[in-house]
Ligand binder design. Structure first.
Ligand code: SAJ
Length: 479
């Protein structure tokens, strides 16, 4: 009679050796934190030695982080665990055979959001590699954000196919979604509660054992693998929905001639015991690798797991995808504000030079994945404008030259458009900028409420801001 998984894990003893497949924003801090746990003996980071990302292996083995941008605590931790010989990075996936646990932190973008077709190619490669080498009693954990049903479905099938073993009998399998944000990776992994969902209880308990030592203030929240997948996709979908709600409100406020930030302050002021009116911030768009796709993972999940079972208003679009459409509209709205702003200054968009401030999708970061700035850039370029891009953090981006010197992008520009809330844009000076631009009525479009409209209006600018219906039709002052 085959020993049960629980017996197998008991015989195997506590987790000592761990592998992390995927050396990116999630995998690197996770591996370093596992390696910092005293009773974890060895941690391997697995990375294919490809032209595009092979360099990471050599950097990591020198104790250097290949992640750009500020990541408090990561550099010191990495240097320490490499120095102690607890962490190393390799492209030799056969080392997985000696491990007690393997986690996968691999990107899961969508190939076609409209038809809900994800691009799981990189994830499938990673799962197959894990399946090829795992031994009896190993634990496999998916940390990537995935369509509900993937762990107990596709992943289980692939692992069993590659290993010739049975999940839940010969090895444990779970989903423990990452919940990190760039700029605070280490803190998020330690302090956020960790959702842990196994395909069975034994797998959940084994995964709890893996993550508990890494947490400081965070707690483990155990549930089933599918519930964990829904939790993760839902928390990002809800955030996207909240942002869409305040973006729609901002569009309404523009049309009604009022200031959305007054309204926001009012709505947020209604507090009572344990109840807050969570109203987020309107803006020029929603970017990043998470909110832009996790709604579609949730939609795909209910389409597959709930096929024929969902009771929903006939012919009505999902509230969640509608929210996606509203947030995807915001960079388009920024283009509309630019065109109407230039018209107020007496110009067509065609032939105008526009200074685009902020290429990163989020403030004070170099992360430009799915940046809304690109949607705007392409739209305005199509209208015949010439664009120059400034960003203090983003170094490179395919097809875009990013300028570090603000004066260079402002020189001879007819309009300035703020897309990212980088801190330095709070101290823009209307008079100095106007001189640099050499325009009688330069135009400014504020997509993140970074500047004081009155300072610019006073200096003879044409001002337009997201949600600023109170200012967007201001009289133009001659200066
Ligand atoms: N944004 C707004 N208004 C807001 C908040 C954000 O327009 O009030 C925009 C940002 O400018 C950005 C985008 O939305 O373009 C996403 O911003 P974010 O703050 O949500 O950053 P992410 O996508 O890196 O982080 C989210 C977080 N999810 C939740 O808070 C539910 C993070 O906790 C997740 O770990 C991360 O997704 C992820 O990896 O899933």
């Amino acid at each position: 009679m085959k020993a049960s998984l629980a017996t197998l894990l008991k015989q195997k003893g506590p987790i000592k050796k761990i592998g992390v497949i995927g050396m990116g924003y999630v995998g690197i801090p996770s591996a370093a934190l596992f390696a910092a746990v005293p009773h974890y003996q060895q941690v391997y980071g697995f990375q294919r030695d490809s032209k595009t990302s092979g360099y990471k292996i050599r950097m990591l083995n020198r104790g250097e982080s290949p992640l750009k941008g500020e990541e408090p605590g990561l550099d010191d931790l990495l240097r320490r665990v490499v120095c102690e010989g607890k962490f190393s990075c390799t492209s030799d996936f056969s080392k997985i055979a000696e491990l007690d646990a393997v986690t996968l932190a691999i990107q899961t973008p969508f190939r076609d959001a409209k038809d809900l077709i994800p691009d799981f190619s990189a994830l499938i490669d990673g799962i197959r590699m894990a399946g090829k080498y795992i031994g009896k009693g190993a634990l496999v954990v998916l940390e990537s954000t995935i369509t509900p049903g993937t762990t107990a479905g596709m992943a289980k099938t692939l692992l069993e196919e590659e290993s010739g073993m049975i999940a839940g009998r010969d090895f444990a399998l779970a989903h423990a979604p990452e919940r990190v944000m760039v700029g605070r990776l280490i803190r998020n992994i330690r302090e956020h509660d960790r959702i842990v969902g196994g395909i069975d209880t034994v797998s959940t308990v084994r995964a709890q054992e893996l993550y508990t030592p890494v947490l400081t203030t965070g707690r483990i929240i155990p549930m089933s693998a599918t519930a964990a997948e829904v939790t993760k996709t839902a928390e990002n979908t809800f955030r996207d929905l909240q942002i869409a709600a305040v973006n729609e409100l901002a569009l309404y406020c523009e049309a009604m001639g009022i200031n959305v930030y007054d309204v926001r302050e009012g709505v947020a002021s209604l507090k009572e015991e344990n109840v807050t009116r969570a109203i987020l911030w309107p803006g020029a768009g929603v970017g990043g690798h998470c909110l832009t796709k996790d709604t579609y993972h949730l939609e795909r999940g209910v389409k597959i797991l709930g096929a024929g079972l969902l009771d929903y208003p006939q012919g009505k679009e999902s509230l969640f995808t509608l929210a996606r459409n509203i947030n995807d509209f915001m960079p388009v709205h920024m283009a509309n504000l630019t065109t109407s702003g230039l018209e107020r200054a007496g110009y067509k968009t065609k032939g105008r030079r526009i200074a685009l401030l902020g290429w990163a999708f989020i403030a004070n970061s170099d992360d430009a994945r799915n940046t809304p700035s690109e949607v705007y850039h392409n739209l305005i370029k199509e209208q015949g404008a010439e664009l120059s891009v400034h960003d203090p953090y983003v170094e490179h981006y395919p097809g875009i030259s990013i300028e570090k010197d603000l004066d260079v992008v402002l020189h001879d520009a007819g309009a300035v458009v703020i897309f990212t809330a980088h801190a330095e844009y709070r101290s823009l000076n209307a008079v100095k900028m106007r001189e640099l631009m050499g325009e009688k009525h330069p135009v400014i479009i504020d997509g993140r409420n970074m500047v004081d409209p009155d300072q610019f209006i006073e200096a003879g600018w044409v001002y337009k801001g997201i949600g600023r219906g109170d200012k967007n039709t201001h009289p133009i002052l001659s200066r």
